[in-house]
Design a protein. Structure first.
Lengths: 410, 142
């Protein structure tokens, strides 16, 4: 049984939450776009820059060794956090988008060819759509999608049919950033793997909110970004099964990823994980992401999920009194996201009026335009919750939305 | 003698003078948006759309018999429409040259200058640019 969250104690660790916006205390409900950072993460970056910054893996001197130890230790933290079998299966990337592009450029180019199909879902973030479209265009493959039902869940029946058509890859999101739908990633992976189809999971919205076990999922690739999981921007993770990563060619060439470079005899490459990490990495970002994941662990995935689900339910209850409100996505297994439109109002107007009351929400298509098209809307207002949000903040948000709608309609 | 552009900007500045917070300002902007006559559905063409806004903004301009520019604008977001109404009110009926060269100081005066940043999604910046483009284009066309 996990310990319940004490938001007040947690909030004290987030300096940014003390600030005001437009003369009102900040209510930050845009966690799904990027989470705020606890002091431990901020201090980790500062500590590195103040005391042991040096390039990693190359120096014999003390600073370089200290930086390398911290950098590789962070990799081990990620490995344990997502339950990867080995730390060499954890590749540092510049973010989730970068991680998907890496898979596309290496595994994708080798494995996907003319006539092949890449299967996605209607609820993917553009980052898990566009790279595959680019690859498909280039090699003459096609992209197919599993549709989303009205309630925001995937159409299971259609999924079975489309998997039976034998796509080469099934790439799907673990948790929808727009709907909050939590896909049964283990079951989806099981079905795909049973048909011999490779699986990539976008875990950006899962890692900050729930326990992720890549071995239990049995997926081939799992990717996530640091900045949505209380870590810094500019750092992300690609997890891949060892045999798969070993079989893949490197993508970016440069320092760090080599074994021997010879202008006469050509170049041989480093082993995992460095084969995919050309150039000087985001050292402080990796170290601080490790700290962020440890911080998350300290609170506990289950407690965070419970807390955020409570906040989302509280928000829905409060908003329900607004006439003409329509929640987009009402999956029973929705994570801490509330997405909605209100008849006769534009999401942008509601977002602007909330901002002037100090409440930060996201408006627009949330980088999921195909999903917006599915629901026949151009965008939504989205409130997304993190461990540090309180019921009181949800009340402020609900009251602010009610006030905004009244102003817009009167 | 004070010109029309200055006079209108002074009027708008005065109107916004006593608002104490953003909610009051927006309340007024929303009212202005509601008062602005909508454009015809037939004019809501892609070619009249201004890019770079989260909401859709349409802007049309014609030169009247006296050679002055008449604007019409609309948006599916009411705050954006209110901002458009302000711009139309200040610039409508001026000569192409006046519009092309207009120093729109009222925007800063009423605190909307933050909305002129390219990173804002409300389209005020694009609106101002597009209106000035019309001024320049109508100057060129004799």
């Amino acid at each position: 049984m996990s310990k319940a969250i004490d938001p007040a104690a947690l909030r004290a660790q987030f300096p940014i939450l003390n600030r005001e916006v437009n003369g009102k205390p900040l209510v930050y409900l845009d966690h799904a776009a990027s989470s705020q950072k606890p002091i431990a993460v901020i201090e980790a970056q500062r500590e590195y820059l103040m005391h042991y910054h040096a390039n990693v893996h190359r120096g014999v001197h003390a600073l370089s060794q200290q930086a390398t130890d911290a950098f590789e230790n962070a990799r081990t933290i990620v490995q344990r956090h997502i339950h990867a079998a080995e730390s060499c299966e954890v590749i540092w990337t510049a973010g989730a988008t970068d991680a998907i592009n890496l898979v596309m450029q290496t595994w994708g180019r080798d494995q996907i060819s003319r006539g092949d199909t890449i299967l996605l879902t209607r609820m993917e973030h553009h980052a898990n759509i566009v790279p595959w479209q680019m690859l498909a265009d280039e090699v003459g493959a096609s992209v197919d999608v599993v549709e989303v039902k009205d309630d925001g869940n995937l159409d299971d029946e259609q999924l079975r049919q489309k998997l039976a058509l034998g796509p080469k890859l099934f790439a799907f999101t673990h948790v929808s950033n727009t709907l909050g739908t939590v896909n049964d990633a283990k079951e989806l992976t099981r079905q795909a793997k049973a048909a011999g189809i490779a699986v990539l999971i976008d875990g950006c919205q899962a890692v900050p909110h729930m326990e992720v076990d890549v071995q239990d999922l049995d997926c081939d690739f799992y990717i996530f970004s640091g900045h949505k999981a209380y870590g810094p921007t500019g750092i992300g993770v690609l997890y891949g099964k060892r045999e798969l990563l070993e079989s893949m060619r490197p993508w970016r060439g440069g320092g760090e990823m080599i074994d021997v470079v010879s202008l006469e005899d050509g170049t041989t490459y480093a082993g995992l994980p460095h084969k995919f990490e050309a150039g000087t990495p985001h050292i402080s970002g990796a170290i601080a992401l490790g700290v962020a994941l440890n911080w998350l662990n300290g609170i506990g995935a289950e407690a965070i999920m419970d807390h955020e689900t409570t906040l989302a339910a509280h928000a829905r209850n409060g908003l329900r009194s607004i006439e003409g409100i329509r929640f987009i996505g009402s999956s029973a297994s929705a994570a801490g996201v509330v997405s909605f439109v209100v008849d006769g109002t534009h999401p942008y107007d509601i977002g602007t009026l909330l901002d002037s009351q100090g409440v930060a929400v996201r408006t627009g298509h949330h980088c999921t335009q195909p999903l917006m098209e599915r629901y026949g809307i151009s965008g939504t207002v989205r409130a997304s919750f993190g461990a540090y949000n309180t019921l009181h903040e949800v009340d402020t948000f609900v009251a602010g939305t009610i006030r905004a709608v009244r102003m817009l309609r009167d | 003698m004070i010109d029309l552009l200055q006079q209108r900007q002074l009027e708008v500045a005065k109107e916004f003078e006593f608002f104490e917070d953003w909610m009051e300002r927006y309340e007024h902007i929303i009212e202005l948006g509601k008062e602005l006559a909508p454009i015809f559905e037939a004019d809501k063409l892609d070619e009249n759309l201004i890019r770079g806004c989260q909401s859709r903004v349409w802007l049309l301009a014609v030169k009247d018999d006296e050679g002055n520019v008449q604007f019409r604008a609309d948006s599916d977001a009411i705050i954006t429409k209110g901002l458009a109404a302000l711009m139309v009110r200040v610039l409508n009926g001026l000569t192409p040259k006046e519009i092309a060269q207009a120093n729109l100081w009222f925007i800063e005066k009423i605190g909307l200058d933050a909305h002129l940043s390219p990173t804002r999604a409300n389209g005020l910046r694009s609106m101002v640019q597009q209106m000035k483009h019309y001024g320049i284009a109508f100057q060129a066309k004799v």
